[in-house]
Design a protein around this ligand. Structure first.
Ligand code: ATP
Ligand code: MG
Length: 349
């Protein structure tokens, strides 16, 4: 997975819409910070779908991923219409990426948010639950989707959440389920969680029911540190949290498995502002920071994180977070924002 200079090989896709701009900005920041990576550029998304590849990723893409097991991915546009599969789902299943990790942070007062001091990490199981693709139409009036929850699937995501908490200086892991209604499936998830928690005596653990817990993510987000939950609940909670923190445009996420991992921004390809150099690259930069942590380049990750925070705190803002007369001082484009981050490498927020 390393080249002859000791650089970690990474498959990089520029994607669609604003993808190429934010990827260019991100790679420039990584390079300036001294990240030891060797990008292998592959094409994914619209152009590949148009060639009739139903997953949006072709042989070259897979071959690179087989070499690197590491993917830094810009957003893509999934064409509407039949015969098209979600690239994310295909990659996730093929590479066995069982944990989806989304840190959510508020940047108040620099970016408006509903609450200050939000700093939580949501670990969502990524392969099971109603997403296993087991859905049937029995008759024209009766349909069914099967919720699949297994001990091995639950155990590895719970272990991931506790290991993450340990290595990232977190204190508490909250398990979120609906075990009062789905006693067997969600009950299993909670039972495996408790068993895992016993192996991490230095970390606090707790369980909450999904309805009230989701409400609390919105109303009292400081209650949460690390959350681990089932696929569907995690999907919803992740978006609620990012929205409440006001950082949908700033969040990155990781999809992690035992041998491979994929890192990205949580937003889509935003075709409405593509090619205008006004997109905010922070989401993808945050994804890249997670990637550096994952491949053992923590120092570079921290350096970039500090420079990114300092840039935002200095009021250097892209249009999406610029607020006249508030904490914004200078409205910049995508590449100028990256330049501002590069200038601040080595500074603390
Ligand atoms: P997808 O279906 O690909 O997830 P979506 O409908 O969720 O897409 P996004 O592409 O995520 O939508 O973006 C919604 C809107 O938010 C965009 O049209 C754009 O105006 C804005 N937006 C998204 N990402 C950014 C960004 N990085 N910088 C600035 N604005 C953004
Ligand atoms: Mg979206």
């Amino acid at each position: 997975a390393y080249d002859e200079h000791g650089n970690r090989r990474v498959t990089v896709a520029y994607g669609d819409g604003i993808g190429p701009e934010i990827m260019e900005a991100t790679l420039r920041v990584l390079k300036a910070a001294g990240a030891k990576i060797a990008p292998e550029i592959v094409e994914i998304g619209e152009k590949v779908y148009e060639r009739g590849v139903s997953s949006g990723i072709d042989k070259d893409g897979w071959e690179s991923l087989k070499r690197t097991n590491l993917f830094l991915k810009a957003p893509i546009t999934t064409p509407l219409g039949g015969g098209v599969k979600s690239l994310n789902v295909t990659v996730r299943k093929t590479l066995g990426l069982y944990a989806n990790v989304r840190p959510v942070k508020s940047y108040a007062p620099f970016v408006p948010s509903l609450h200050d001091n939000i700093d939580m990490v949501i670990v969502r199981e990524n392969e099971e639950d109603c997403y296993a693709g087991i859905e049937h139409r029995h008759t024209s009036e009766v349909t069914q989707c099967i919720k699949l929850i297994t001990v091995p699937g639950t155990a590895r995501v719970c272990k991931y959440a506790f290991d993450y908490a340990l290595t990232h200086g977190r204190k508490r892991v909250s398990c979120i389920t609906k075990q009062n209604i789905m006693k067997i499936t969600d009950g299993l998830f909670h039972r495996v969680f408790k068993r895992t928690a016993d192996q991490y005596p230095t970390l606090e653990s707790e369980h909450r029911i999904v309805d009230i817990a989701t409400a609390q993510v919105a109303s009292k987000p400081h209650l949460f540190d690390v959350i681990v939950t089932l696929n569907l609940y995690g999907d919803i909670i992740s978006d609620v949290a990012a929205e409440v923190a006001g950082s949908v445009g700033l969040c990155g996420s990781a999809n992690v498995g035992d041998r491979a991992a994929m890192f990205e921004a949580i937003h889509g390809s935003a075709p409405d502002i593509a090619g205008m150099d006004i997109a905010n690259p922070s989401g993808l930069i945050n994804g890249a920071i997670m990637m550096l942590g994952h491949i053992g380049q923590r120092d570079v990750a921290v350096t970039i994180k500090n420079a990114l925070l300092k840039t935002i705190e200095d009021g250097i803002h892209t249009a999406d977070i610029y607020r006249e007369g508030k904490n914004s001082k200078q409205k910049v484009g995508c590449q100028a924002f990256a330049d501002a981050v590069i200038e601040r490498l080595g500074q603390l927020p």
